[in-house]
Design a protein around this ligand. Structure first.
Ligand code: DC
Length: 224
C-alpha cells in the first residue's frame, strides 16, 4: 500500500517535506490540519458555537471542500471560494485547536480523511495519521524539532512576511501548545510505536526528505 504518514508538531518542517515528497512521488497529499482549519473557519462563518458538538459534527459531515494543487502547495476551497489565506489566521488556528479536541468531531472527519487514500499513493500530514487515521501505513514518520528551533523558524517566517514579532512570545506559545497537544486525552500528538522518529533540529529539509525516501525504498521498494 503506497501510504506515508508524517506526524509531528507545527514548525517541524512537516508541511514542506510532505509537499516535496508528494511532488517527487507523484502521490496525493492530505493536509489534515487544513481540514480542521476549514471546519473551524466554517464554524466561525456560520456562528456555530465551538463547543456545540452536534452542530459541529453536522457541519463536518456536510463541509463542501476541495483541495487543489497550485505548484508550490495546495489551495483550500470552501463552497467554491479559495479560503487558503483565511485559514492561516491566529483566530482560525485557535478555533481549529478547539474543535480538534472534540471526539465526535474527530470521528466525523475520519471517513473523509481515509477517502484521500487513492492510487497512485498518499502522503498524509497531521498529528494522528500514523496512530489513528492510517494505522496500516507501511511508512510512518514522526518529525520533531526542539521548541527553540521551531520558534526560530516561525520567527523568521513571520519576519519575512513583514510582521514585527517577538521570539520569546513565539517560544512561549509553542511550549504552551506542545503541552496541550501532547497531553490531550483524544488523539494526543505522539509517535506511533512503529514510526521512525526524525529530529529535524539540525537537519535541512533535503536531508529530512532523503531520510524519508530511504524508508520508502526499504519498505516499499520504490526508488525516486
Ligand atoms: O497543522 P495545523 O496547525 O494546520 O493544524 C490545525 C489544528 O488542527 C491544530 O490545532 C492541530 C489540529 N490537528 C489535529 O488535531 N489532528 C490532525 N491530524 C491535524 C491537525
Amino acid at each position: 500500500m503506497n501510504l506515508i504518514t508524517i506526524d509531528g508538531p507545527s514548525g517541524s518542517g512537516k508541511g514542506t517535506v510532505c509537499h516535496i515528497l508528494a511532488k517527487k512521488l507523484g502521490w496525493h497529499l492530505l493536509d489534515s490540519g487544513a481540514l480542521y482549519r476549514l471546519l473551524a473557519y466554517s464554524a466561525l462563518q456560520t456562528e456555530t458555537a465551538l463547543d456545540n458538538e452536534a452542530a459541529l459534527v453536522e457541519l463536518a459531515l456536510n463541509l463542501n471542500i476541495e483541495f487543489v494543487s497550485n505548484g508550490t502547495g495546495v489551495d483550500s476551497f470552501l463552497d467554491g471560494e479559495n479560503v487558503g489565506d483565511k485559514l492561516r489566521t491566529e483566530n482560525v488556528a485557535h478555533a481549529a485547536s478547539k474543535v480538534a479536541s472534540l471526539v465526535p468531531v474527530r470521528d466525523a472527519l475520519l471517513a473523509r480523511q481515509k477517502a484521500f487514500y487513492q492510487m497512485p499513493g498518499l502522503i498524509a500530514d497531521g498529528r494522528d495519521m500514523g496512530t489513528v487515521v492510517f494505522p496500516e501505513a507501511p511508512v510512518k514518520i514522526f518529525l520533531d524539532a526542539s521548541a527553540n528551533e521551531r520558534a526560530k523558524r516561525r520567527f523568521e517566517q513571520l519576519q519575512n512576511k513583514g510582521f514585527n514579532v517577538n521570539i520569546a512570545e513565539i517560544l512561549s506559545d509553542i511550549e504552551d501548545r506542545d503541552l496541550r497537544d501532547r497531553t490531550r486525552l483524544v488523539a494526543p500528538l505522539k509517535a506511533a510505536s512503529d514510526a521512525l522518529e526524525i529530529d529535524s533540529t539540525s537537519l535541512s529539509i533535503d536531508e529530512v526528505v532523503m531520510k524519508v525516501l530511504d524508508q520508502v525504498k526499504l519498505k516499499l521498494n520504490i526508488v525516486v
